[in-house]
Design a protein around this ligand. Structure first.
Ligand SMILES: *[C@@H]1O[C@H](CO)[C@@H](O)[C@H](O)[C@H]1NC(C)=O
Ligand SMILES: *[C@@H]1O[C@H](CO)[C@@H](O)[C@H](O)[C@H]1NC(C)=O
Ligand SMILES: *[C@@H]1O[C@H](CO)[C@@H](O)[C@H](O)[C@H]1NC(C)=O
Ligand SMILES: *[C@@H]1O[C@H](CO)[C@@H](O)[C@H](O)[C@H]1NC(C)=O
Ligand SMILES: *[C@@H]1O[C@H](CO)[C@@H](O)[C@H](O)[C@H]1NC(C)=O
Ligand SMILES: *[C@@H]1O[C@H](CO)[C@@H](O)[C@H](O)[C@H]1NC(C)=O
Ligand SMILES: *[C@@H]1O[C@H](CO)[C@@H](O)[C@H](O)[C@H]1NC(C)=O
Ligand SMILES: *[C@@H]1O[C@H](CO)[C@@H](O)[C@H](O)[C@H]1NC(C)=O
Ligand SMILES: *[C@@H]1O[C@H](CO)[C@@H](O)[C@H](O)[C@H]1NC(C)=O
Ligand SMILES: *[C@@H]1O[C@H](CO)[C@@H](O)[C@H](O)[C@H]1NC(C)=O
Ligand SMILES: *[C@@H]1O[C@H](CO)[C@@H](O)[C@H](O)[C@H]1NC(C)=O
Ligand SMILES: *[C@@H]1O[C@H](CO)[C@@H](O)[C@H](O)[C@H]1NC(C)=O
Length: 583
């Protein structure tokens, strides 16, 4: 008896395949074959569909593109955002001049793609929905993308798809940016936008109206300066191209069967990356920008450094003090910081650079760049111009290359956990600092690291050993010191038992170690509370850089000590293990 249903099922399945193959929607519109409301185009491989839709509670009709294979209606592009259709009798067509137009019942033009071309060069214009989700107007016999007459990818709405380019092309006179829907029920352009700035160091900006809302930081060859290092990313590759003619951001998918989009949303005021996992049949949020309090544009004013997890969140960069201590103490950071020592341009002994590490590079609106200069040439270039306030490598790959220099006050700086960059800021360099050569510094650090920590159990009276180095020593704190030591050496992975190494994600482990170290900071204000620890563990927000743990400094209070121990045991043991097991 069970055979019949099974047979039926097989037949039905075959019928569906057949009906799909035979009634297979077309992917083109020609002058003689327009698209009426009610019909759709489906791209060749069935990825995308174009047709007429109305938002959930609206009666206004729009021409849009959505994913064909995804049950949740996900509109990725809208043609007539500003010109909704009020009935169901319009049609999308292409006239013999190659113009893609939306016509009402009485043949008046409701929307036009302005794709007009000369009929001499393209006698047979057609419209085609490509598998990438790009709607193109091209000549029937011309499939070279460079020869497309018009393409929807040049006019993005709120959604950024794989293969799209966000940015500018001076030769073609095209400026592609994202504009959010006004709200979930209204695709007309909102005032929340995302674009790539002009200039020698283009960056990705998000705007609320005409105010900057977020800045990505310059592209450093691998990622934007403020972006976290993504955990083993098997989903997409991002690229940023920048030359004299064009600058754009784009991404490609590693596996065509996965889907990923970036959407600008005016309700959440964020730019979010979603990934569609076929197994779950659901979109999952992969990354959201802004991601934390320090992502707010220019949070701490000039020369202020925003550090997540610190209180107050704004700190003057080393060598700088609040411009207005009263305002600063009242948590009004707009005026930022000024040099603590007088600096005079070009005055020998009072003019030099101090290296800052782990930063999101400052706003590059007033900057200059050269892709082939070395860091030394870069420094010389900056020294030569009294408006130049800082320099850095443009590209951090390998040993680092290229030169970026900044003019005027440096703003929108923040700490970026484990992904930040080196920036050389111009300031008065005191004699003592100058005479201490790099080699000497290295030597000092080297010596510091020689502290006989691992060998504690073998040697010597631990308490005594520590106290000679002005460190509180007790066997129980050995692991903290070891963690700190390896962290400072840049080798924190050595903390992990070798048997774990293959089964754990380095970035997760690093994060746990960093959180563990933050939990045992000397200053109670530097230590996150348990609630923040939970958030830190479950998110990818930037963390502040730990300083030397308080447990190792003799003044660490008893209260802090027990707190430190409690957190340390829960974070480095239980929580880490949980994370490792969850994989
Ligand atoms: C147009 O068609 C859609 C879908 O068939 C329907 O929901 C909507 O009510 C129609 N609108 C008008 C104005 O007829
Ligand atoms: C044609 O229809 C549009 C909207 O459907 C309307 O605004 C316009 O006035 C009409 N034109 C004529 C000539 O009827
Ligand atoms: C096409 O050109 C007209 C007139 O210049 C303009 O109003 C309209 O916004 C343009 N349409 C698009 C889609 O750019
Ligand atoms: C375009 O290609 C079709 C078939 O490939 C061919 O029949 C036609 O002559 C071509 N048209 C032109 C203008 O080259
Ligand atoms: C923006 O995000 C909100 C909240 O997640 C969601 O309800 C809304 O549909 C989104 N808007 C658009 C246009 O996708
Ligand atoms: C980016 O968008 C903002 C807000 O609309 C605008 O003020 C700015 O000029 C745009 N940038 C460029 C380079 O066009
Ligand atoms: C791509 O993803 C699908 C579904 O997750 C998987 O079955 C397939 O093996 C993947 N292909 C490659 C080349 O990784
Ligand atoms: C912060 O300080 C600046 C400069 O004194 C002032 O203009 C601004 O109004 C202050 N902001 C707030 C929120 O008090
Ligand atoms: C960039 O620097 C290189 C090496 O110093 C130099 O040869 C080249 O002319 C510079 N390019 C520009 C545009 O300044
Ligand atoms: C310094 O740089 C600024 C900004 O690019 C420029 O306007 C100025 O001419 C430069 N001055 C010198 C002396 O090169
Ligand atoms: C280790 O040294 C400390 C400090 O000098 C001393 O108080 C303690 O008694 C010593 N412990 C042992 C086991 O010798
Ligand atoms: C330790 O305490 C003493 C006395 O209270 C103080 O002078 C010193 O600065 C403290 N050391 C540290 C590292 O906080």
């Amino acid at each position: 008896m069970a055979v019949l249903p099974l047979l039926l099922l097989i037949i039905i399945k075959h019928l569906t395949i057949f009906s799909y193959q035979f009634s297979s929607a077309t992917d083109i519109i020609t002058p003689s074959q327009p698209l009426a409301d009610g019909s759709t185009l489906v791209s060749k491989d069935g990825s995308f569909e174009l047709g007429f839709f109305n938002p959930p509670t609206s009666t206004k009709r729009y021409v849009g593109i959505w994913f064909h294979n995804i049950p949740h209606p996900t509109i990725v592009w809208v043609a007539n955002r500003d010109n909704p259709i009020l009935d169901n009798s319009s049609m999308l067509t292409i006239n013999t001049h190659g113009n893609l137009v939306l016509l009402s019942q009485n043949k008046s033009v409701l929307w036009s793609a302005n794709s007009t071309i000369s009929t001499a060069s393209s006698p047979n214009p057609i419209v085609q929905l490509l598998d990438s989700g790009n709607l193109v107007v091209r000549d029937e016999n011309q499939s070279d993308p460079e020869s497309f007459i018009w393409q929807s990818f040049d006019y993005p709405c709120d959604t950024f798809l794989a293969g799209m380019k966000l940015g500018w092309d001076l030769k073609k006179g095209i400026y592609r940016r994202l504009t959010a829907w006004r709200n979930w029920d209204d695709p007309s352009p909102g005032d929340f936008t995302c674009n790539v700035s002009f200039g020698s160091i283009p960056e990705l900006f998000m705007w609320k109206g005409s105010s900057v809302y977020h800045r990505s930081g310059p592209w450093n060859g691998l990622r934007f300066s403020s972006a976290p290092i993504l955990k083993q990313n098997q989903i997409f590759d991002i690229q940023f191209l920048n030359n004299q003619n064009e600058a754009y951001y784009t991404f490609t998918l590693k596996n065509k069967s996965l889907i990923s989009t970036v959407v600008l949303n005016q309700t959440t005021f964020s730019r979010q990356r979603f990934v569609w996992f076929p197994e779950n049949q659901a979109w999952s949020l992969y990354l959201s920008v802004p991601g934390d309090d320090c992502d707010a544009y220019n949070r701490c004013g000039p020369y202020g450094n925003c550090v997540v997890g610190q209180l107050p969140i704004c700190q003057c960069l080393n060598g700088f003090v609040p411009k207005s201590p009263q305002n600063w103490d009242a948590t009004n950071w707009t005026q930022g910081c000024v040099r603590s020592e007088p600096w005079q341009c070009g005055v020998k002994g009072r003019d030099g650079f101090k290296k800052f590490s782990g930063l999101k590079l400052p706003d590059a609106t007033n900057s200059w760049a050269n892709q082939s200069m070395t860091l030394e040439e870069c420094k010389a270039k900056c020294l030569n111009n009294c408006s130049c306030m800082a320099y850095a490598n443009l590209d951090i790959r390998g040993e680092g290359s290229g030169c970026a220099i900044w003019f005027g006050d440096l703003i929108d700086i923040r700490m970026v956990q484990s992904a930040g960059q080196d920036l050389y800021i111009r300031m008065a360099v005191s004699d003592t600092e100058k005479t201490m050569s790099t080699e000497m510094k290295d030597e000092c650090e080297q010596e510091d690291m020689e502290l006989p920590l691992f060998e504690l159990d073998k040697i010597v009276n631990a308490t005594k050993a520590f106290s000679t180095h002005n460190k509180l020593g007790e066997g129980g704190f050995g692991p903290v010191y070891r963690a700190w030591k390896l962290w400072k050496q840049g080798n924190p992975m050595k903390l992990i038992d070798a048997s774990f190494e293959d089964s754990c994600t380095p970035s997760e482990v690093l994060r746990c170690i960093q959180i563990g170290l933050l939990c045992v900071q000397q200053h109670p204000n530097d230590r996150p509370n348990m609630a923040s620890v939970v958030v830190m563990l479950s998110s990818e927000n930037a963390l502040s850089q730990p300083k030397e743990p308080g447990l190792l400094i003799d003044n660490f209070s008893m209260e802090g000590q027990s707190y430190g121990n409690e957190i340390l045991s829960s974070s480095t043991n239980e929580i880490t293990i949980t994370l490792l097991e969850a994989r």
